[in-house]
Design a protein around this ligand. Structure first.
Ligand SMILES: C[S@@+](CC[C@H](N)C(=O)[O-])C[C@H]1O[C@@H](n2cnc3c(N)ncnc32)[C@H](O)[C@@H]1O
Length: 276
């Protein structure tokens, strides 16, 4: 359920520009969150003219994140570097992994003022979860960040998430960007990526291109739908965990798909790689 900023003027956190769409708030709107404004919802309205089920992109991504958290916590990972945390919603990374292992440490990284202000409030009472402000598309900035270095032990395996983020990076050097992160991780670490996808089939490729056109030319200004090969390249030489890079809904789904997936669900893929 969303509400208008006009109805709740005092709810706008300091530093938040409600006249420009933000990636985090558009995503929040797609997940039926409450921390978004008209300008954010208008982006989705525009995409909806070519993809009425656009909210399913966000849900497929978010459900993949939750399942990846459970898998990694069960695999014994107890340190998480979650790049592009998004606005707090139900089942955030720290809640999923700390439910399974209360000792798990989580560092979120984001640069959106709405995210930072909400996360700081939410995490004030959680000593094992922190948020760092940095540009996730500048790996050296993140890897050198004081909070990241202080809270996470880079001599022990950790999980790094770039979930729902790299499609907002418009450059063609995504694989080099992720490789810088991978190089910094110790053996036994995992990397999880979910990314808007051009399925390269006549029907769904056209859908992906139309959504890309709307996202990139919206006030949000980003949202690239890359091919499978382009996304796979971002995992470098990591060993892919079964079933590899697949539609987010097909990555260890919670059960059989009882109804056909909406078309847009072909347009987002996810996978988890392990550093040998
Ligand atoms: C679509 S949300 C994904 C949230 C979460 N990872 C998930 O999958 O549910 C993308 C997040 O990345 C953040 N983000 C985008 N570009 C960023 C950048 N250059 N530096 C830091 N954060 C960024 C946005 O603010 C937003 O919170």
């Amino acid at each position: 359920m969303s509400h208008s900023s006009a109805a709740y003027p005092s709810a706008v956190p300091v530093g938040v520009d409600t006249t420009r769409a933000s990636i985090a708030r558009v995503y929040d709107a797609a997940l039926n969150g409450k921390d978004n404004y008209d300008v954010d919802r208008q982006v989705l309205d525009q995409v909806r003219t070519v993809a009425p089920q656009v909210n399913d992109l966000a849900w497929a991504n978010r459900d993949f994140l939750i399942r990846a958290c459970r898998f990694l916590a069960r695999a014994g990972i107890d340190q998480f570097l979650d790049l592009g945390s998004g606005l707090p919603t139900a089942e955030n990374t720290h809640q999923v992994v700390q439910r399974m292992n209360p000792q798990s440490k989580v560092v979120y990284v984001d640069n959106d003022p709405s995210v930072l202000v909400h996360a700081q409030a939410l995490l004030a009472s959680n000593s094992r979860t922190r948020i760092a402000e940095a540009d996730i598309f500048r790996p050296l900035e993140v890897l050198g960040n004081d909070t990241v270095r202080r809270e996470l032990d880079f001599t022990r395996p950790l999980a790094l998430f770039h979930i729902g983020t790299l499609h907002h990076y418009l450059g063609d050097d995504g694989p080099a960007l992720t490789q810088t992160y991978i190089d910094a991780l110790p053996s036994g670490s995992f990397v999880a990526i979910a990314h808007f996808h051009d399925p390269e089939t006549a029907e769904h490729s056209e859908l992906a291109r139309k959504m890309e056109e709307k996202f990139i030319h919206s006030p949000m200004g980003s949202g690239r739908f890359r091919t499978r090969d382009e996304i796979q390249a971002m995992f470098g030489t990591l060993d892919m965990v079964e079933p590899g890079l697949v539609r987010c809904d097909d990555w260890w789904s919670d059960g059989p798909h009882l109804t056909p997936l909406s078309d847009v669900r072909n347009c987002i893929v996810g996978g988890v790689g392990r550093k040998p």
